[in-house]
Design a protein around this ligand. Sequence first.
Ligand code: PLP
Length: 358
Amino acid sequence: AYNFNPGPAALPLEVLQQAQEQFVDYNGIGMSLMEISHRSKEYEAINSETQQLLLELLGLESGYQVLFMGGGASMQFATIPLNFLKPGKIGSYIITGSFSEKAYDEGRIVGEAAIVASNKEGKWRSLPKASDLTIDPNSAYVHMTTNNTIEGSQFSYIPETGNIPLIGDMTSGILSRPIDSKKYAMIYAGAQKNLGPSGVTVAVISDELLKEEPKHIPLILRYSNHAKNSSLYNTPPVHSIYMMNLVLKWVKKNGGVAAMEKQSIEKSNLVYDAIDGSGGFYTGNIDADSRSIMNMTFRLPSEELEKQFVKESEQHNFVGLAGHRSVGGIRASAYLAVPYEACKALADFMSDFQKRNG
Ligand code: PLP
């Protein structure tokens, strides 16, 4: 199948095969990894190696901790204000799509939250410019979504927030391009797009921000508690973290983040070129300078044709091309594990579909 699922998403075939080989008998121990203690030396090795690999790939070798948490990226929408939004302070949010709206909504439940900028009125077509961002100096943090999964946009710059901690939801874009990670006090991502299967969420937090120990919230929700326990405060999703370990090694082996970016640009360009060269048959949802290299969104001349496009694509072994139910249209999610050939096949299918229906 050409897997364009938005998430859970494609995993590298090689990783799936490797996991299959080790599924029943992990490294000759006579048991599956899922049958042994998370405090065993085998799992402890995976736990620390996976954390180190992620820090290395993000270029954050010192001053940050990696936490493996449950509850998905949505849980982070709540734990961020619970941990960092002190009374008298404001949680500031840059709103660029429905996931950043959800993060803001959780912030508002916990305390005072403000919108720094929003492009909702423009139907999310373009992202706010750096000069549009006026940040309240009383902010506890600034929250942004670096890649907007549903809408299909990505930031091309990192906002300057001075001393105010910047927090990035990178669920659908992590490791897809080299970034100056140190500009973020916290980076988080649900694993199920670029990092592995669902079940684990990574929160990468600076030592500085981890000094905040909100005594009024339960230990299970406190970042500092998970950090002190190296993500072994309670039973972690062992298998998901093991799979992430294999995916991170695969990224590293295949040239690291710089190579992932190069490939992602080439792959997404195949689809964007098919849109831009269609003479208006396909129209992109997002302005060219804000387009995502992970999630490509576009429309056809009618909803009827869109339905037909999705139906025929399925007959040609394409999976996951229907746009999000809140947006409609088409969305192709080409995360790191989606091969170039899949995007080439999609571009060819788009051109063929246009010939028959344009
Ligand atoms: N943030 C972004 C950018 C996402 O793409 C998603 C899921 O698609 C989420 C948050 C929510 O993630 P989860 O389903 O892990 O809670």
